[in-house]
Design a protein around this ligand. Structure first.
Ligand code: APR
Length: 243
């Protein structure tokens, strides 16, 4: 099946890739839903990844995101991230990379124009509509930082459950999903919408869909091919140029 999918990649002028936390697993970044190791096995997502949870316990949520940011300092992109970046460099304009990840590892591997559906862990923004006094560069230090003048809290620049995705990013991702001839769905459980819906849109628009995942996912049923393996093993094998 690997050679078949390599053939599909060679034929496709427009490829969309949708990645999830699994593409960073081999860099040592925990996923969300892998049992035992996943974040959601240790924390309640509604408390740690929602505005309501942040308002209820700002310091607990802020500290968790600071812990995740600190952990990222020590990790490196893996061969899966690198294979995607190299392919895009060798084949300009053929690959649209859409990610649910906020870890910035695709960008650190050299991928450009990454469509980050769920924001960026390294970014901050204001919890309430910023006033003229709110300046992130001069926020009062704390857990979380806040505006010294009006008390507005600083929050992580990621999309939380129940929040809208950045409209321009989602629109670009939907256009890429509808225009592609092939979509690779890598390292996602396919449990969260609208991100997971991009695979359905690609299929409905006539693209071939390939899932790369060591375990069953909710998107296996929309795939023409399911490759049981990891991102760092299979992406280099799939994306390396023919010998
Ligand atoms: N290579 C490829 N896939 C892997 C690997 C690996 N080495 N290790 C685990 N996986 C797969 C798992 O089998 C699982 O299907 O990665 C997937 C990870 O699923 P989740 O933890 O649910 O992550 P994801 O699908 O990206 O979650 C989507 O949910 O919590 C929200 O905003 C958060 O962006 C996240 C979204």
């Amino acid at each position: 099946m690997l050679e078949t999918v390599r053939g599909w990649i060679a034929q496709a002028q427009r490829i969309a890739v949708l990645t999830g936390a699994g593409v960073s697993a081999e860099s040592g970044v925990p996923t969300f839903r892998d049992t035992q190791t996943g974040y959601w096995a240790q924390f309640n997502p509604q408390e740690m990844a929602s505005e309501r949870g942040f308002r209820a316990a700002p310091q607990r949520v802020w500290d968790w995101y600071e812990h995740r940011r600190a952990m990222l300092v020590g990790v490196q992109p893996n061969a899966g991230h690198q294979a995607l970046a190299v392919f895009a460099r060798r084949h300009p304009g053929r690959l649209a990379l859409i990610t649910q990840n906020v870890d910035g590892l695709h960008q650190r591997a050299g991928s450009e124009g990454v469509l980050c559906l769920h924001g960026d862990l390294a970014a901050n923004r204001w919890l309430d509509r910023p006033r003229v006094c709110c300046d992130l560069a001069r926020a009062q230090p704390g857990s979380p930082p806040r505006c010294a003048a009006c008390g507005n809290l600083v929050r992580p620049g990621v999309v939380w459950f129940g929040e809208d995705l950045p409209p321009q990013v989602l629109d670009a991702a939907q256009q890429a999903a509808q225009a592609c001839e092939l979509m690779l769905v890598v390292g996602t459980a396919g449990a969260v919408y609208p991100a997971a819906g991009l695979a359905h849109q690609a299929r409905q628009a006539g693209a071939r869909v390939v899932v790369v995942n060591p375990a069953p996912s909710e998107l296996d049923g929309v795939a023409h091919a399911v490759l049981r393996g990891t991102a760092a093993q299979l992406l280099p094998a799939l994306l390396s140029d023919p010998a």
